[in-house]
Design a protein around this ligand. Structure first.
Ligand code: ADP
Ligand code: GLC
Length: 473
């Protein structure tokens, strides 16, 4: 039975800032259902101490530049998956995962170097895998160290290396001085490996070090090979096209299903939609709307507020949109400019627009259920999960036709626009609002979306196939 070790900086339900955590919370168990043995290595951030967790190793040897970083290893078996937690309080016992008050921690390169080396320690001393599968730049060093430091270690030499790009917009790029801090010498610092315009680029290093590279949708796999979406790595990705595949994410219907969702005041499914109206009422009340909002179509947003997500398109059309018979509820936090766009809109159109700043999982579920239309106008989107959740919740999404949004939404289940412009977005929203008024056709659209199946098993089978090909089994 092939053994896979995943390395990542977040996994639901233990730590989550975005979709990466959803993937690491569900894909491993789906791989177990495919007959693989799977472990996940992640940091033991502040507050992580689930029932059943046990310490499996004191003081795992993690050396960088001959300095021994103290790391204790904990383990929890969940859904047949071994989750290993790396305890290093100096690095992980902080109030944020990557940042505090909007500022990235200055030592993130070291924090995730320690994660990567601890994972390699676990791989060599506790639980040897056949495949080492690293996710995003935070885990990139696991592959880089495996290739550069452990290439002749008999316990690691035959381990295949897989790297998944969840978002090419975050590459782990640091000044050249971190090279020494990471224990690297000049040998790895050249344009064919870690160097990127004079800086160190960890994602680039992992793409080079990997035997196979994946990303989270087929369309994004094509897009990142173009200058428009390649963030400077498109040339490298084109040169690795033979090893690059797009495997669409799945979603976890145990967590995201309106028939069973524990965050909702009422439940529903395609055969009985009554509970959805109760969710809409609860959502409107939670945001302080009066009775006048109940008959209007309700647009929902749940998002990290980052430039990637395309909300700058809303800024010039906000007033036009507010003239429509519509309500807009947004949940999110992130970049100040994006927060301001919603804040400003809500202030000027308080009767129609409300925003909840912050992270709120319960409200995210209630918006998926209570909204009539979901909005995701991303500039680029590697996969995107919220639009897939919204299908299941009978909340047809308005999306820009890019990356995973294009792969998961059809004209029959949602509304797509192509050009990245405020006018195109406004046109798509108006079209959705118009369609909403035709009740029968709208119900049909909802039911088509609710019938779609994006469960993890199909994606897991593709990953299992990839591992098998790499291992020649
Ligand atoms: P990304 O990973 O780029 O942020 P995805 O659509 O893949 O985008 O995943 C986002 C995940 O994070 C979803 O599970 C979504 O519900 C959740 N999420 C995003 N912002 C918030 C928020 N402010 N509060 C609660 N959950 C959020
Ligand atoms: C990233 C992407 C998002 C994707 C998620 C999980 O955060 O921005 O599109 O769904 O990773 O793969």
């Amino acid at each position: 039975m092939a053994k896979v070790m995943m390395v990542a900086s977040e996994a639901a339900p233990f730590a989550k800032t975005g979709g990466l955590a959803d993937v690491l919370g569900a894909l491993p168990a789906a791989l177990v259902r495919q007959g693989l043995r799977v472990s996940v290595v992640m940091p033991k951030y502040r507050g992580i101490h689930p029932a059943g967790i046990e310490k499996v190793m004191d003081d795992m040897p993690v050396f960088i530049n001959n300095f021994r970083h103290r790391t204790d290893i904990w383990r929890l078996v969940r859904d047949g998956v071994s989750y290993y937690f790396v305890e290093a309080p100096w690095f992980y016992d902080r109030d944020g995962v990557y940042s505090s008050y909007g500022n990235d921690y200055m030592d993130n390169h070291l924090r995730f170097a320690v994660l990567s080396l601890a994972a390699l320690g676990i791989a060599r001393l506790l639980d040897r895998p056949d495949v080492l599968h690293a996710h995003d730049w935070q885990a990139a060093l696991a592959l880089i160290y495996a290739k550069s430091w452990y290439w002749n270690d008999p316990r690691m030499a035959n381990v295949k290396r897989v790297f998944t790009i969840h978002n090419l917009g975050y590459q782990g790029r640091f000044g050249k001085q971190v090279l020494g801090e990471l224990g690297m010498d000049g040998l790895q610092f050249h344009p064919e490996y870690l160097e990127f315009y004079g800086d160190v680029n960890l994602m680039k290093g992992a793409i080079v070090a990997a035997d196979a590279v994946t990303t989270v949708s087929p369309t994004y796999a094509r897009e990142i090979q173009t200058p428009e979406h390649g963030f400077g790595l498109d040339g490298l990705l084109r040169s690795r096209a033979g090893q690059l595949t797009g495997i669409l994410n799945g979603v976890d219907y145990a967590e995201w299903n309106p028939a069973t969702d524990k965050h909702l005041p009422a439940h529903y499914d395609a055969s009985d939609l009554e509970g959805k109206a109760a969710c809409k009422r609860a959502l409107l009340e939670a945001l302080g709307f009066g009775a006048e909002a109940h008959g209007r179509p309700l647009i929902g947003v749940v998002s990290r507020f980052a430039a990637q997500k395309g909300f700058d398109l809303l800024e010039p059309i906000g007033d036009e949109l507010a003239k429509e018979d519509v309500t807009l509820i947004a949940l999110g936090s992130g970049e100040p400019h994006c927060e301001w766009i919603f804040h400003d809109l809500a202030e000027r159109h308080h009767d129609k627009v409300r925003v909840w700043h912050g992270y709120n999982n319960g409200l995210a579920h209630l918006i998926e259920a209570g909204a009539d239309i979901f909005l995701m106008p991303s500039r680029y989107e590697p996969c995107g999960l919220n639009q897939i959740y919204s299908l299941k919740y009978g909340t047809p999404p308005v999306v820009r036709a890019t990356g995973g949004l294009d792969d998961t939404i059809e004209e029959s289940t949602g509304f797509k626009f192509g050009e990245y412009s405020p006018a195109a977005l406004l046109g798509a929203i108006r079209h959705a609002l118009q369609c909403w008024r035709d009740r029968e056709a709208w119900l049909e659209r909802m039911r088509l979306g609710m019938a779609k199946d994006f469960s993890w098993d199909r994606s897991a089978a593709e990953y299992a196939g990839l591992y098998r090909r790499l291992l020649g089994i």
